[in-house]
Design a protein around this ligand. Structure first.
Ligand code: FAD
Length: 593
């Protein structure tokens, strides 16, 4: 194998480099291109194959089209949903900009579902209410049937092409190029289709590389959700925030994990156990099946643990839609019908769908402020922003509400570009010393030389099983420590991963090894942070510390990795102060549904 030398690098200069062409990356690319910046948007898959295309149920905004609503109530629900770990300045920013974000999407051609009156249709969704939790459930989620992500991503792509965003498709971003003063100069990337390496210098690098749910065996995410941007930050010495918080969606199809959107319950579906009981009424008397996702997932895990699961092994539950008319299912939930048919061999209009909780969304990620600047306890990192599921703003805190992710993507992507426009000037070239790239190339060449006898696919399965078993819905010190020990063994074996294919052209084996490195480091950080947080909050439930402990743990966790792979943790306070005086801080209270 001939190592790639620095003389073989192709150098690009742009005003902004965006890693990711999902909803977040594409929105940012469009906004930046419209503002006259030269933008390079890198994606390891064709842009419209990004994971956002799979988003189903909707996007929240307090439009009040089907009942009264107010952005302040949306904010209250989001803070409560986050179990008070969300930063209230960022949450205010998101909720009060939601209506504008929807108007923007409509203007670029997203075909949302409508009421006969012509107004946008809105559906109820888990954990969302009116009158600060005291009123009825809120009709807040705007959707395009149950194909909302598809509608948004395709409209954004068409617009980005129109506004001359430069896409670098099937480019795999490897690492951040860091200057000695800890500012970010650009990104090193591998063009998989041509087998070449590229340096992208820019005044601003924006990471929009998505979440990392692929660390779990049963997950609802596409295989590209490997959190590469998160891992790039860890390698650059930047901590990740709140990685202990992983959302398990209540209704993954049993065994395969494919998502049955919460919209199915919003449209009248409900869960039953082996006794035919609608058990959610016991756990959440007011919200029932539409309680917050962490609450429903835990209730399901409890039903299964207590022997009321269905199937030969009593290890899943049923989601019932058969009482809805076939016409309603086909009109409002066509993807649910198709998914149930394809992956559970069930006609959802006639039989219940077998479901169990499935890893769905990663609340943790790259720490940012509400302007999307990457910010640690040492201050803001010049030249680096993060948006979308890769970022931890944090609007979702310890648990994300359904339909708040697509909103987060749109609002913070646009906000990031607005903010960057205030200090970036189009056409100013930047670069860095060659010595900043040498260690990144060395790492890449070393991984390519993998002469061991281990296979990335086998190691990935082993890691996923470990995470599923030892870092799932219920956690305690004993199981977390066992999981940690198993991951550390895998970590020690990483250098043994084999790369027999020496070519750089479509080297699938090399791609899998690179992703495996990224996944494993995030698994380790997730377990490490879960062990450290000795309380239960949102999606993180510790059987040995079953209550929330605001006195000691109303704070974000920050986990850093040194260059030898050793992890260390710190905390930072939750920002409890909203941005404006239009709403008072929402103070912690008991979370009830
Ligand atoms: C099945 C499903 C349904 C959902 N439904 C909803 C919903 O109805 N409403 C809602 O609000 N949320 C929903 N979510 C959550 C939401 O879809 C995601 O959180 C969101 O789409 C993430 O968008 P993103 O832009 O951050 O990342 P993604 O869409 O995951 O895009 C990541 C981008 O980064 C690129 N990338 C990654 N690594 C690299 C690399 N190394 N080099 C180059 N490029 C790279 C990828 O190619 C891709 O373009 C759903 C999630 C799932 C799993």
């Amino acid at each position: 194998m001939v190592p790639v030398s620095s003389s073989a690098l192709t150098i690009h200069h742009h005003d902004m480099v965006i890693v990711g062409a999902g909803g977040a990356g594409m929105m940012a690319a469009l906004a930046a291109s419209k503002a006259g910046f030269s933008v390079a948007c890198l994606s390891k898959v064709f842009p419209t194959s990004s994971h956002t295309v799979a988003a189903q149920g909707g996007i929240n905004a307090a439009l009040g089209n089907m009942g009264e609503d107010d952005w302040r109530w949306h904010m209250y629900d989001t803070v409560r949903g986050s179990d008070w770990l969300g930063d209230q300045d960022a949450i205010e920013y998101m909720c009060r900009n939601a209506a504008r974000a929807i108007a923007n999407l409509e203007n670029i051609g997203v075909a949302f579902s409508r009421l006969p009156s012509g107004k946008l249709y809105q559906r109820i969704y888990g954990g969302q209410s009116t009158h600060f939790g005291k009123g009825e459930l809120a009709y807040r989620a705007i959707s395009a049937a149950d194909r909302t992500g598809h509608a948004i991503l395709h409209a954004l792509y068409g617009q980005a092409v129109k506004h001359q965003t430069q896409f670098f498709t099937e480019y795999f971003a490897l690492d951040l190029i860091m200057r000695e003063d800890k500012s970010v100069a650009g990104v090193l990337a591998w063009n998989m289709a041509e087998g070449t390496l590229h340096v992208f210098y820019a005044q601003m690098v924006i990471l929009a590389s998505g979440g990392y749910s692929q660390v779990y065996q049963t997950n609802t995410s596409s295989s590209i959700c490997t959190g590469d941007g998160n891992a790039m930050c860890l390698r650059a010495g930047i901590p990740l925030q709140d990685m202990e918080f992983v959302q398990f969606h209540p209704t993954g199809i049993y065994d395969s994990g494919f998502l049955i959107t919460e919209a199915a319950r919003a449209e009248g579906g409900y869960l039953i156990n082996s006794e035919g009981e609608r058990f959610m009424q016991r756990y959440a008397p007011t919200y029932g099946d539409l309680a917050s996702r962490d609450v429903v997932a835990r209730a399901m895990a409890t039903e299964i643990a207590e022997g009321r699961g269905v199937g030969p092994d009593k290890n899943h539950l049923y989601l019932c839609l058969q009482h809805l008319s076939a016409a309603a299912i086909h009109e409002k939930l066509p993807t649910v019908f198709e998914t149930a048919s394809a992956f559970a061999a069930v006609d959802a209009s006639k039989s219940p769908i077998p479901v169990s909780p499935s890893a769905h969304y990663t609340m943790g990620g790259i720490p940012t402020n509400y302007r999307s600047e990457v910010t640690t306890n040492d201050g803001t990192i010049p030249g680096l922003m993060a948006i979308g599921e890769a970022a931890c703003v944090s609007v979702h805190g310890a648990n994300r509400l359904g339909c708040n992710s697509l909103l987060d993507l749109m609002v913070f992507a646009e906000g990031a570009i607005q903010h960057a426009s205030s200090f970036i000037k189009a056409g100013v070239k930047t670069d860095s010393k060659p010595s900043t790239i040498t260690p990144l190339l060395d790492r890449f060449n070393q991984i390519r030389q993998g002469k061991g006898n281990l296979n990335a696919g086998t190691m990935k399965s082993s890691m996923q099983r470990t995470m599923q078993q030892y870092a799932g819905v219920f956690r305690n010190r004993h199981v977390l420590e066992e999981g940690d020990a198993r991951l550390n063994r895998l970590w020690a074996e990483l250098p043994e991963l084999a790369v027999q294919d020496t070519s750089l052209l479509w080297n699938q084996q090399l791609l899998e090894v690179l992703e495996m490195h990224n996944l494993l480091v995030q698994s380790r950080v997730t377990l490490y942070a879960a062990l450290a947080r000795e309380e239960s909050r949102g999606a993180h439930f510790r059987q040995d510390f079953p209550t929330r402990n605001d006195a000691e743990w109303l704070c974000h966790s920050l986990t850093t990795m040194d260059r030898h792979g050793a992890l260390s943790s710190a905390t930072r306070p939750v920002r409890m102060q909203p941005l404006s005086k239009d709403i008072e801080p929402i103070l912690p209270e008991m979370r009830q549904y």
